[in-house]
Design a protein around this ligand. Sequence first.
Ligand SMILES: NC(=O)c1ccc[n+]([C@@H]2O[C@H](COP(=O)([O-])OP(=O)(O)OC[C@H]3O[C@@H](n4cnc5c(N)ncnc54)[C@H](OP(=O)(O)O)[C@@H]3O)[C@@H](O)[C@H]2O)c1
Length: 317
Amino acid sequence: MKAIVYTTYGSPDVLQLHEVEKPTPKDNQVLVKVHAASANPADWHLMRAEPFLARLANGLLKPKNTRLGADVAGRVEAVGRNVTQFQVGDQVFGCLPLNELGGFAEYVCAAEELLALKPANLTFEQAAAVPLAAFTALQGLRNKGQIQPGQKVLINGASGGVGTFAVQIAKSFGTEVTGVCSTRNLDMVRSIGADYVIDYTQADFTRNGQQYDLIFDAVGNRSVSDFKRALSPNGICAVAGFTNLSRLFQVMLLGGKKIGLMETAKANQKDLVFIQALLEAGKVVPVIDRCYPLREVADAIRYLEAGHAQGKVVITM
Ligand SMILES: NC(=O)c1ccc[n+]([C@@H]2O[C@H](COP(=O)([O-])OP(=O)(O)OC[C@H]3O[C@@H](n4cnc5c(N)ncnc54)[C@H](OP(=O)(O)O)[C@@H]3O)[C@@H](O)[C@H]2O)c1
């Protein structure tokens, strides 16, 4: 089968389309014929081994797992002998753990508890756009952010892969949502349900006199004192991303109980089923920026790395 492989850390130039052996499912695994995958910042962090800590996870000098791609949607091609939830032919979607990436390929094996049936109202491309970004939004808003109906929620980076899910998931919890994005994305962020939008090229959400009960930051470009100004007295800020290490360490060391990094998003079936219901109800609709064929994954990653995707970047087989 064809798969994207990298054997050395570096720029997207290290990504090559190779012919590799088709995997065989273990007893608890499902073999999925991948119809679509999607790219996440995790792919380029691992590809470049940036920050350096990524090397602790995937090999100091060269990548142990030479494959990328967390999110997949496709058809079940075979099942291991202990698999009970899926049958050959089922249409599924899900997310591979960060140490077992491999979605940028024609086939991939995944433990059955990492998959769910693809909502019938979604294409494979739409379904592949969902898992990791939606897990991040849901787990950041709910676990770290303790989201409650009626709250005033601000999403920084509302137009990106994670942000477009965060706006819609926060709305589904019955909150009033403000999305922060640039001028060209204002209409899109409104169209996915944001009650208010702030153009970060024109205004600073930390200096407009407003305070929010929950800030979900999918950019990571603000200081702890910025967040303190923009939070209501009992407000919580959940930070999902970071633009440089000094921002990261500042939030980790000075944020206190209320302002902090969310835990790394974890793929799990309970949350996938929760998100599946929102998708089926039309409360969450994936926003897809661009689709690239498998052989052009390097271009897809180059585009994503530039940091201005409008929703998700999808890979088609
Ligand atoms: N903690 C976790 O487990 C976890 C999981 C997934 C992702 N993440 C992190 O979450 C972050 C977001 O991921 P993603 O997939 O959403 O990335 P993405 O799709 O690359 O995000 C790009 C978006 O960020 C917006 N943006 C850039 N600068 C901005 C600014 N100054 N203010 C507001 N918006 C700005 C861009 O809008 P414009 O084009 O308008 O600038 C673009 O729409 C990344 O840092 C990623 O590493 C963390």
